[in-house]
Write a protein that binds this ligand. Structure first.
Ligand code: NAD
Length: 425
């Protein structure tokens, strides 16, 4: 089943629960615009190579399309469509005025030199420049794309705006800076963006902890995907007293019976390329990626890629609760198995929405040309995440459904409101 089919299934489930107008459901099933481009790149050896790129604009009923750009050799249109639809849903779960979009380039960026990567990025932005902009469609980082890549994007976009005559003075730069978020601080990024995804997940987890009455010190956490999102999550949770007892990356995982210090593990990973090479440093036991997901713990944080918990392994998951920082890590079939086992899943579209929320803050700061402190950004994030959680929990109780179904219900009801406000239906 393609990732987009998973998304459609999730929409279908929520639509049935809430008796959604079939026309609203149909609008959500059809992305508004799909752009496919071929990007010519002059390689370092003088040859010309063409890369396939996508931008899917799923919906802009609530505001400009918003969503990251993924550089990966396995990116395909179905994946980008799914990710763009999830962005529409995610923004609405937390009630921010943005729609959903997503982009991707079929490339293994590790095989490119820095110069080739820069030329590819600039070429992609030239190819889609007409359909993006601070009030139209705002890309951001995703898997394998970095703040440096976002800086190239804004630089290329400003260049294009100078060429078209829309940008005539440096003083006007800020009006176009919001074309992309996740930039470095020197180029208009927002303080707090680097930790926002994980921090948002922590804010939601704090609410769950209050409700369920669990204490961090007695709570064992395993992190699948010790990257940007997962690595920061581990650090934030350790600071709150949670025990980090497992971590993994694409090469495999480590289990720490006595817990580990994620800050030290991150430093070790940076030095030795993968967490598994840090086993002797911190007394970790090596496990495969499959075994890590099946290890007993209180909270399993999924922060790697999509489709990690599926029909074949869901039954073996021994965590008491799952929190999804990755997009789409649990398939619909796995959801049903987990629900039957009584394992609560805090869904991606709520748990990782702190990232897009602080991206929205970055757009606001760029437009105003006024920058906030990290404390301000994270303080403004808190009530948005708490309100998102309350709305989702309220619908889960009202409809007696899972948190994922409730998150979709919450989002679809808000999107329906926007569609009707605009007179589309
Ligand atoms: P990243 O590339 O920094 O980290 C991903 C990590 O997962 C890497 O360490 C990689 O080695 C590991 N990994 C890959 N396959 C794995 C496997 N099979 N088992 C275990 N680990 C594996 O990416 P990221 O920015 O942290 O994003 C991770 C996920 O979170 C993605 O789904 C992304 O869309 C989602 N997300 C990230 C953000 C953000 O702000 N970074 C925001 C929202 C959603």
């Amino acid at each position: 089943m393609s990732l987009f089919e998973n998304t459609l299934k999730q929409i279908e489930k929520a639509a049935t629960i809430m008796s959604l107008d079939p026309n609203v459901k149909a609008l959500m099933e059809h992305p508004q615009r799909i752009v496919e481009v071929s990007i010519p790149v002059k390689m370092d050896d003088g040859s010309l190579r063409f890369f396939q790129g996508f931008r899917v604009q799923h919906s802009n009923y609530a505001g400009p399309y918003k969503g990251g750009i993924r550089y990966h050799q396995n990116v395909d249109m179905g994946e980008v469509q799914a990710l763009s639809a999830w962005m529409s849903i995610k923004c609405s779960v937390v009630g921010i005025p943005l729609g959903g979009g997503k982009g991707g380039i079929v490339v293994n960026p590790k095989e490119l030199s820095v110069g080739e990567l820069e030329r590819l990025t600039r070429g992609y932005i030239r190819a889609i420049a007409d359909v993006i902009g601070p009030t139209k469609d705002v890309p951001a980082p995703d898997v394998n794309t970095t703040p440096q890549i976002m800086d190239w994007i804004v630089d290329e976009y400003l260049k294009i705006k100078r060429e078209t005559g829309e940008l005539t003075s440096e003083d006007m730069n800020h009006m176009f800076m919001g074309v992309v978020t996740g930039k470095t601080l020197e180029h208009g990024g927002s303080k707090g963006r680097n930790i926002a995804t994980a921090q948002g997940g922590v804010y939601v987890l704090d609410e769950v902890a209050k409700e369920k009455g669990f204490e961090p010190a007695n709570t064992k956490v395993i992190i699948q995907g010790f990257g940007n999102a997962g690595g920061v999550m581990a650090q934030l949770l350790a600071k709150k007293g949670y025990q980090i007892v497992g971590a993994s990356d694409s090469q495999g995982g480590l289990i720490f019976d006595k817990g580990c210090d994620p800050e030290k593990l991150l430093a070790c990973k940076a030095e030795k390329a993968t967490v598994i090479n840090c086993d002797t440093d911190f007394g970790g036991r090596r496990v495969t990626n499959e075994e890590l997901l099946e290890t007993e713990c209180d909270i399993l944080i999924l922060a790697a890629l999509e489709n990690q918990v599926h029909a074949e392994n869901a039954d073996k998951v021994k965590a008491k609760m799952i929190l999804e920082l990755a997009n789409g890590p649990t398939t619909p079939e796995a959801d049903e198995i987990l629900a039957k086992k009584g394992i609560m899943v805090i869904p991606d579209i709520l748990a990782n929405s702190g990232g897009v929320t602080v991206s929205w803050f970055e757009m606001l700061q760029n437009a105003e040309n006024k920058y906030w402190t990290e404390e301000e950004a994270l303080q403004k994030l808190l009530p948005i995440m708490v309100d998102g959680w309350k709305a989702v929990k309220g619908n889960a109780d009202k409809y007696n459904c899972t948190l994922r179904e409730a998150a979709y219900v919450t989002a679809l009801a808000r999107i329906e409101g926007k569609i009707r406000e605009k007179g589309i239906l």
